[in-house]
Ligand binder design. Structure first.
Ligand code: ADP
Length: 318
């Protein structure tokens, strides 16, 4: 599966990604981790990224996209991947879309992890990472003494807990603001594409994992989070635009159709989804409008003529 986990800093993308890795055997691709690794190595890109990261700003798209492009070219992504922390703004989302189309590997699901602002602040300020194995803990959910009782798999010693330099209160506030401004619009984007699944990401970590797995199952079945093409606002707009164009061509017939089209939008989605044009001429308000127009034009109502043809061909009328 090719998955994007979308959520504010502290929403648990990293923790849940690690669980998906273990469960599904697909790699986690975290731009935060890639950037931290580049920083640690002291590469020119890493040093450039450092300044933005320490201030809680987004690193330049160019740098992040270069890293993603390289990472997606590695063989272990052939079975799928979990993108954690990427994309983070609209430009990155569009670039990802283009890149995945090029690779012939479109996304299967985007899961938004929903957490309250106050809870995010609490989680981030309590977050500690083992400097050796990279495991993430939270002092609020797991007391330090308990964590210290565990052995680090890398060193065999107790975990060496450190706080990320960008987890200070001021930086966190800025990161949350950046999330609101730059990343949140992606929720709408993926919802419009019928890709979005949202889960409540508060509460017990195992329960959140179960919700996430459910969301992924739903996405792979194409329901219920995935909207059908005809239900998408973009598709609706296309249908409405077609109707308006038809209306402009045939002034008498068009006026009746456009009016019915507007009414059809508020009607049953399921029934009208695949056949918006037919619905438009069959509905009662269309007949009324057509009658009015036809009366003025001095001829037989359009809706009646259209309906007559349909009845004659044996099609059921609503
Ligand atoms: P969090 O999601 O908790 O903010 P991350 O480890 O994902 O933590 O990111 C840490 C920092 O790395 C971000 O504040 C930002 O500076 C940088 N970063 C990570 N991913 C991106 C990205 N896709 N685009 C730009 N900057 C990024």
């Amino acid at each position: 599966m090719r998955i994007v986990l979308l959520g504010a800093p502290g929403s648990g993308k990293g923790t849940q990604s690690q669980r998906l890795v273990a469960q599904h055997g697909i790699p986690q691709i975290s731009t935060g981790d890639l950037l931290r690794a580049a920083r640690a190595k002291g590469t020119p890109l890493g040093l450039k990224a450092k300044e933005a990261m320490d201030q809680g700003k987004l690193v330049d798209d160019e740098i992040v996209l270069g890293m993603i492009r390289e990472r997606l070219a590695e063989p272990d992504v052939s079975k799928g991947f979990i993108l954690d922390g990427f994309p983070r703004n609209l430009a990155q989302a569009h670039a990802l879309d283009a890149l995945l189309s090029e690779l012939g590997q479109p996304l299967d699901a985007v899961v938004q992890m929903d957490v309250d602002y106050g809870e995010l602040m609490r989680r981030i300020s309590g977050r500690r990472t083992c400097a050796d194995c990279g495991r993430v803990f939270n002092l609020f959910s797991t007391p330090a003494e308990q964590i210290q009782g565990e052995k680090c798999p890398k060193t065999g010693e107790p975990h060496k807990l450190i706080q990320r330099p960008d987890d200070t209160e001021a930086t966190v506030a800025h990161r949350l603001k950046v999330y609101e401004e730059k990343t949140k619009p992606l929720i709408e984007l993926y919802r419009d594409q019928g890709m979005l699944q949202s889960i409540d990401a508060e509460g017990d970590v195992d329960e959140i994992t179960a919700r996430l797995e459910n969301a992924l199952r739903a996405a792979s079945k194409g329901a219920p989070g995935k909207k059908r093409v005809a239900d998408k606002p973009a598709a609706k707009k296309k249908v409405a635009a077609k109707k308006r164009a038809a209306a402009a061509k045939k002034s008498v017939k068009g006026r009746a159709t456009a009016s019915a089209g507007r009414k059809a939008k508020s009607g049953s989605k399921a029934k009208s989804a695949g056949k918006p044009k037919r619905t438009a001429v069959r509905r009662a308000p269309a007949k009324k409008a057509a009658k009015k127009v036809a009366k003025r034009a001095g001829r037989r109502p359009v809706a009646k003529r259209a309906a007559g043809r349909k009845t004659a061909s044996g099609r059921a009328r609503r």
